[in-house]
Write a protein that binds this ligand. Structure first.
Ligand SMILES: C[S@@+](CC[C@H](N)C(=O)[O-])C[C@H]1O[C@@H](n2cnc3c(N)ncnc32)[C@H](O)[C@@H]1O
Length: 330
């Protein structure tokens, strides 16, 4: 959203920032202007908090607002939801991730691209203690609202130094240009020696090629498993992307089987039934013939002289009314 001058002026001249807190100063703002200013603040992670009488950010408020003031643009939460890079994991897929992760109460779990918390919430419900990382302060703020995360780091996960302290990593990272492989490779460094990573990935990882070779070798070396996610599973999140779920142990289990990569023919399009043109023509001809026959019948009917009818004399409404009124009066 391109910011109008009144929003930019309000953000520049009517805000007082103290660390994570931002207060709107001066006389009460026109409600419509406030609504738009609030939308910008929410987009970069600010949340109006009544107790604090301020917009509270998960990071330094000035830092969160700086790119907006510089560019005069912001991607609102509404726009982000529509934009291609944010695909919250649908509940059926989340459930499968949680099942494959075999989360037990008390386990420590990392969600390193947590969005607004679809996976993190389910992991918490399963009894895990969940730490989240999310690059986007707007989603991070939504996640903060849910209260499911033990800790939430607003950062580019790929720059977060690894500490091998998690039992499970459950994730659905971005896919663009092989980002999913990059994110998973980094995430594996956060696992305890007996830990397990479960992630949604682009179907592209099933293709053998230069770009996937190193990652596929890593999965195979660790005795990982790969399963196809049903086509259309992400439709409700606004994408037709085909995906798989990859499970990778921190170290190869003794009983690991060789990794089998799912193969799928390009899903067959349901065959469009083309009808024989001559058949369609015949049907049209029949329809026209029927319509013409109905017109002829109508024309014949209209050509007939009108039947004679008996004329019945009806009392006028006025007389009837008078009679009625007099009757009532007597
Ligand atoms: C496909 S969405 C999944 C969101 C969430 N995991 C879920 O399942 O609903 C990917 C998320 O990764 C976040 N993201 C993208 N690049 C990131 C990065 N480098 N570090 C941390 N988060 C990132 C995006 O902002 C987005 O919220």
């Amino acid at each position: 959203m391109k910011l109008t001058d009144d929003i930019l002026t309000a953000l520049r001249e009517r805000t007082a920032i103290d660390g994570t807190h931002l207060v709107l100063t001066g006389p009460r703002m026109d409600p419509k202007l406030y609504q738009r200013v609030n939308e910008v603040l929410e987009a970069v992670g600010g949340r109006w908090t009544t107790n604090e009488q301020a917009h509270v950010f998960p990071v330094d408020a000035a830092q969160a607002l700086a790119p907006v003031l510089e560019s005069g643009q912001v991607v609102t939460l509404r726009e982000k939801r529509q934009s291609a890079q944010y695909f919250p994991t649908p509940s059926a897929v989340v459930q499968r991730l949680i099942d494959l992760a075999a989360i037990k109460p008390g386990m420590e779990v990392l969600e390193p691209s947590a969005g607004s918390g679809a996976i993190a919430t389910a992991a918490t419900t399963a009894g895990a203690v969940v730490d989240c990382i999310e690059r986007d302060p707007g989603y991070a703020a939504v996640l903060t609202d849910t209260g499911v995360a033990r800790t939430l780091t607003v950062a580019d996960f790929l720059t977060v130094p690894a500490q091998p302290c998690y039992d499970r990593i459950v994730m659905n990272p971005p896919f663009t240009k092989g980002a999913d492989m990059q994110h998973i490779e980094h995430a594996l460094r956060f696992l305890k020696p007996d830990g397990l990573l479960v992630s949604v990935m682009s179907w592209a990882v099933t293709f053998q090629g230069r770009k996937t070779a190193k990652f596929r070798s890593l999965v195979e070396a660790r005795g990982g498993t790969v399963e196809a996610v049903a086509g259309g599973a992400f439709k409700e999140s606004g994408t037709d992307v085909d995906t798989v779920i990859v499970t990778i142990p921190a170290s190869r289990p003794a009983n690991a089987k060789p990794t089998t990569w799912p193969t799928r023919e390009i899903p067959e399009q349901p065959e469009t039934e083309f009808r024989n043109p001559m058949e369609i023509l015949d049907e049209l001809r029949d329809n026209v013939r029927d319509a013409m026959a109905e017109f002829d019948a109508l024309a014949d009917m209209l050509a007939q002289p009108l039947p004679k009818t008996d004329v019945v004399e009806l009392p006028t409404a006025r007389e009837e009314q008078l009679t009625f009124d007099l009757g009532e009066a007597s």
